[in-house]
Ligand binder design. Structure first.
Ligand SMILES: [Fe+2]
Length: 169
């Protein structure tokens, strides 16, 4: 992606707006994960979600720090996509009466959220690089790695809790 210098102030606005939206994304995740931990039957899922919850708290602080250094305050813009993903997740979990199906629904829901985050953070990291914001770009990169790790961990748990899928693969 190449930008002419005249467009950089506009790109900066988009960058800040997306950081503010990511702050809302992460805060909604902090609110949603404990309910999923409660509903999960598998211990490894509970542990993976618990450690991702702690990671998410650090990710919120990272975003707040970037926003404070960029704009002087950590304002938030509501992320409607995450609100919809959480609502969809809650429906999937509610509809699954069987425990292992419920666990599969929880993994599917969290992985969907992780992929949304990876895509969004990837774009915002790119904006930071174009704007010469190297420290924020590094901090955002750290978060992307954590989201990727959480996604892979859930894939390996899914292989174990759903042995049929493993045999079929
Ligand atoms: Fe996150």
């Amino acid at each position: 992606m190449k930008f002419f210098s005249a467009n950089l102030s506009n790109l900066r606005e988009l960058y800040i707006n997306q950081l503010q939206m990511l702050l809302s994304t992460e805060r909604q995740i902090i609110h949603a994960i404990p309910k999923m931990i409660e509903k999960a039957g598998d211990l490894q899922i509970k542990q993976a979600l618990q450690s991702h919850l702690q990671e998410t708290e650090v990710q919120v602080r990272r975003l707040e720090e970037i926003l404070r250094q960029t704009t002087g305050e950590a304002e938030m813009v509501k992320c409607k996509a995450l609100a919809a993903l959480v609502e969809e997740a809650e429906n999937m979990i509610q509809d699954a009466s069987d425990e292992s199906v419920r666990d599969a629904a929880i993994i599917a829901a969290i992985q969907r959220i992780e992929h949304y985050e990876i895509a969004t953070y990837g774009a915002v990291r790119h904006f930071a690089q174009i704007l010469g914001e190297s420290t924020p770009a590094q901090l955002l990169d750290q978060t992307i790695k954590e989201e990727g790790h959480a996604d892979h961990l859930l894939s390996s748990i899914a292989d174990r809790v759903n042995p049929y899928a493993q045999k079929a693969a």
